[in-house]
Ligand binder design. Structure first.
Ligand SMILES: O=C(O)C(=O)C[C@H](O)[C@@H](O)CO
Length: 264
């Protein structure tokens, strides 16, 4: 049997300019990853920055997602070569690197994600990434199949969006509305007009640069607006909030209907 190195269809579709709809995964649950990967989202974002997930917990999430149709995107907790290497070793092929503030930091993220000569990623032969060493074409294809997305979260980074986006090896730029809003003085209010104007401006710049733009939308209305503005890889919801909303609506349906209860 010939084992082939994994292909990254998220990256090929991203570079072809296709719109890809994602779901932000914060539960850290392999069952949720498997089930939601069967629903049909193009990609699932597994968060290590704000979810209780480290590289050892990431591997079962990626294995579970592989049972379905969604491509996995992993967000390491920081732009750190060790964390990036370990996230790639367990099989992530697409990284969303948080808090990239400059072209230098974008270049460091790319270097951490690529094997020499393009980068400094350490070599391990028997990881899940290389199909446990069974894929003879792994090292020849790994750098090209690795996708680096960088996250812009502050006005300082926005002011350097062109140089960050054009850094060799950066495949796409992702805007974090919550952190951008917070750093603009609107903590917890990413819907503020000033923040939304900045998000729209970023989309315009990235379109001019022909660089794929991504974002997280917490509501369907936000997602529709971001897609209209040209964002192409959009997380259109968060697993935890979908769960809570459905659970609350179900409870409300029954408690509101109980004798003696008034709706609201
Ligand atoms: O700035 C943002 O927005 C993000 O980076 C996403 C957040 O971390 C959070 O909303 C994920 O649950």
């Amino acid at each position: 049997m010939t084992v082939q190195a994994p292909k990254n269809s998220f990256k090929s579709r991203l570079l072809a300019g296709e719109v890809q709809l994602g779901l932000w995964m914060s539960l850290g649950s392999a069952a949720a990853a498997e089930a939601l990967s069967l629903v049909g989202y193009d990609w699932l974002l597994f968060d290590m920055e704000h979810a209780p997930v480290d590289p050892p917990q990431m591997q079962p999430l990626l294995q579970a997602a592989a049972a379905g149709v969604s491509q996995a995107v992993a967000r390491p907790p920081w732009n750190d070569p060790v964390l990036i290497k370990r996230t790639l070793d367990v099989g992530a092929q697409t990284l969303l690197v948080p808090f990239v503030q400059s072209a230098e930091e974008a270049a460091a993220a790319v270097r951490a994600a690529k094997y020499p000569p393009q980068g400094i990623r350490g070599v391990a032969g028997l990881t899940r990434a290389s199909r446990y060493g069974l894929a003879p074409d792994y090292f020849a294809t790994a750098n090209a199949q690795t996708c680096v997305l960088v996250q812009i979260e502050t006005p300082a980074a926005l002011s350097r969006i062109e140089e960050i986006a054009l850094t060799p090896g950066v495949d796409g730029v992702f805007i974090g509305p919550s952190d951008l809003g917070a750093s603009m003085g609107h903590l917890g209010r990413p819907g503020t007009a000033e923040v939304q104007d900045a998000i729209r401006g970023a989309a315009d710049t990235l379109r001019d640069l022909q660089k794929p733009a991504g974002i997280l939308a917490v509501s369907a209305e936000d997602a529709e607006r971001y897609l209209d503005w040209g964002y192409s890889f959009v997380a259109i919801g968060i697993d935890m909030s979908l769960l809570l909303r459905a659970a609350k609506a179900r409870l409300d349906h029954f408690t509101d209907a109980m004798p003696g209860n008034t709706p609201g």
